[in-house]
Design a protein around this ligand. Structure first.
Ligand code: NAG
Ligand code: NAG
Length: 389
């Protein structure tokens, strides 16, 4: 659209002065047009994309709508990992597109899957059914108008199942913010990459690799393993003191990349044994204590994790945030309840409202997260002690 308009403007500018001039100029102009026309129409995506990437490069994930609007990606979008819909609502306010499908597993038909994945160190992985239900209620309340108008649609399904019900090339935009463990991310990339059309954008949150109080995140490694060569096409937003998002413009060239099949569990294990600070600690604990619930490991894990929290405090500035972003501690009975000073809860719905967050509360939430993730690390390392000497 915009490049066609640009082309006709070029024609007008070039043709007007020609009307009163000599034949040679006309030939010259024609030549110009001949050169211009195929160049512009043939690479219109590229040209528009380059312009949009420079004029609307997303500084933070809240800028994605501007980029998508600029690129004309305004039909179908999907967000995976919606929780209480805070990001989804902001997204829809800025995006001119038709429909955003919200994929999350708010209601699980059974509890069967809850304890099966030991490679999943993530505070988001301890939500009980109550918290999930609360999230969905808040999400529906927050998005009420969009849901009614059909601009938003709830898809209460596992990410991989939801992807399987969408056609390849159907989506303008996918934003993955569900799992961050290596195997989970690998599965998500393989499931969702083909769903994005050529010219569309494949994106995700928490584009980091490492061990954090919130969990062990593997987006960078997973992308590298599954889509080798994609690094040079991967853009990263520039948030400060927050985890960034990545995005990939699926150009013709990039779309020829096919996600590789990898032995995700073996690679995950190798990643931990090769470079995990916590696994190193675990290995330093005398053998007999490995099996008794991590009595020695837990305190050292908490200590190391607590140092990350201390370091963060140096960078922290008081802020306001949706209670649900303090997940799961601000939500419901199944969270631990957040009673730290400085968290001001309005009424009962601590999970959905905005709360102010001062340094002390921030630090205490961080330590809380360390408690959760250190317990998960204990469970994880007990399962593969046998593989590693
Ligand atoms: C782990 O380290 C070994 C030995 O250095 C190396 O061969 C392997 O590629 C590494 N694996 C990963 C996933 O980093
Ligand atoms: C974290 O665990 C330690 C040890 O069990 C406990 O003393 C502390 O109160 C816990 N912190 C929070 C915030 O639950």
């Amino acid at each position: 659209m915009s490049s066609k308009r640009a082309l006709s403007r070029v024609i007008v500018i070039l043709v007007q002065p020609v009307e009163h001039s000599r034949m040679t100029s006309q030939v010259h102009v024609l030549l110009c047009l001949l050169v211009l026309a195929p160049a512009v129409s043939g690479s219109s995506d590229h040209k528009g994309a380059a312009e949009c990437l420079s004029s609307t490069f997303p500084e933070s994930r809240s800028d994605f709508p501007l980029l998508l609007n600029c690129l004309g990606l305004v039909k179908e979008a999907v967000e995976v990992g919606v929780q209480a819909g805070v990001h989804a609502k902001n997204f829809l306010e800025g995006w001119h597109g038709q429909r955003l499908r919200l994929v999350d597993l708010w209601h699980q038909p059974s509890q069967a899957t809850s304890d099966t994945n030991h490679f999943y160190v993530d505070i988001a992985n301890i939500h009980g059914a109550d918290v999930r239900r609360q999230h969905r209620a808040h999400c529906e309340a927050r998005m009420e108008e969009s849901l009614r108008l059909g601009r938003a649609e709830i898809v209460n399904k596992d990410s991989i199942l939801a992807a399987s019900e969408i056609q390849d090339g159907e989506l303008d935009f996918v934003y993955l913010d569900a799992r961050h463990d290596f195997t989970g991310v690998v599965d998500d990339i393989r499931a969702w990459w083909p769903k994005v059309r050529v010219g569309g954008i494949f994106a995700g949150h928490d584009f980091v690799d490492g061990e954090f109080p919130e969990g062990d995140f593997f987006w960078i490694s997973a992308l590298r393993e599954v889509l080798p060569g994609i690094e040079q096409h991967t853009h990263v937003t520039r948030e400060r003191n927050r985890f960034p998002s990545f995005f990939i413009l699926k150009t013709e060239a990039v779309s020829s990349l096919v996600p590789r099949e990898v032995d995700a569990e073996a690679i995950a294990r190798a990643l931990y044994t090769n470079r995990s600070r916590y696994f190193k600690l675990w290995q330093e604990v005398p053998d007999e204590t490995h099996r008794d619930g991590g009595d020695q490991f837990l305190p050292t894990c908490r200590h190391l994790c607590g140092q990350d929290c201390d370091a963060r405090l140096q960078e922290f500035t008081p802020t306001r945030t949706a209670g649900s972003t303090l997940r799961p501690f601000a939500c419901g009975k199944e969270g631990r309840g957040l009673h730290a000073d400085g968290i001001k809860e309005d009424g009962d719905i601590s999970c959905g409202v905005e709360v102010s967050l001062d340094a002390e509360a921030y630090h205490s939430v961080c330590l809380d997260r360390c408690n959760v993730t250190c317990e998960q690390r204990t469970a994880l390392f007990s399962t593969f002690g046998a593989f590693v000497q």
